[in-house]
Design a protein around this ligand. Sequence first.
Ligand code: SAM
Length: 239
Amino acid sequence: MMHDPLVLYDFTRERLRAAVEGRLPDGVDAEAFCADIAYWICLAVTVRSQDWHAAFSEFTDAAMLAWAAEDAESERRELDLIRRELARARGPVLDVGAGWGRMAALYAQAGLTAYYAEPAALGARLMRRAGISAAVGARGEALPFPAGVFQTTVIGWVLHHDAGDVDAARLLREAARVTEPGGLLLSVEPLDERFGQTKWLSLLAAAGFAARRVETFYERAKSRGDVSRHTLFTGVRLP
Ligand SMILES: C[S@@+](CC[C@H](N)C(=O)[O-])C[C@H]1O[C@@H](n2cnc3c(N)ncnc32)[C@H](O)[C@@H]1O
């Protein structure tokens, strides 16, 4: 199997297009689905050393495809809320754990200058290929920026990996360091029994972020009977 992350990504995306043709629920954008899932498969292979065939079958099995409509609806609601918050936010923005730059179009629409920190080489390279030059390869626990330079910080779908690839407490302390006092924090997480709202809110408070609003915009049943609550925290960096 090829090792260059971008070559692997393009190959995977092409194979996905063929594998999902005619199998996605109505209303799911096949291109967006393939872009998203290709990233996950390639991260599983390049970061977690998973076998490509195993990851590909896992992400394209019937249950995963059936969930695509729910995921698309959750994302529509999430992006509406983020758009609403960005409309009254100030830049520059820092997106921590930015993935492949899913939020970039929203920052541009809001007229905000944005910087992106992403430790996975694939994510940083996909962003640069898409013309996002302000993408740096960095973990959220060690951000290569001076204190207080960002007016808005966004952390999406990263903290729930706590105790895995992420040390959520350290990452949030770093986010607090680089966010100007009085600045805005947007944090989105899928909350469940493992990483629940109480833990998330106490980590945010301990790092110095005061909640303005906590909104659950989607609830989804998971395979083991657990429920995932997709939730946005809007808060302010305390002085
Ligand atoms: C679920 S994705 C979310 C991507 C993006 N924030 C979004 O909302 O589309 C999680 C991302 O966090 C990144 N990540 C993993 N460990 C991290 C860390 N310690 N600091 C920052 N990002 C991390 C992963 O590489 C991945 O791109």
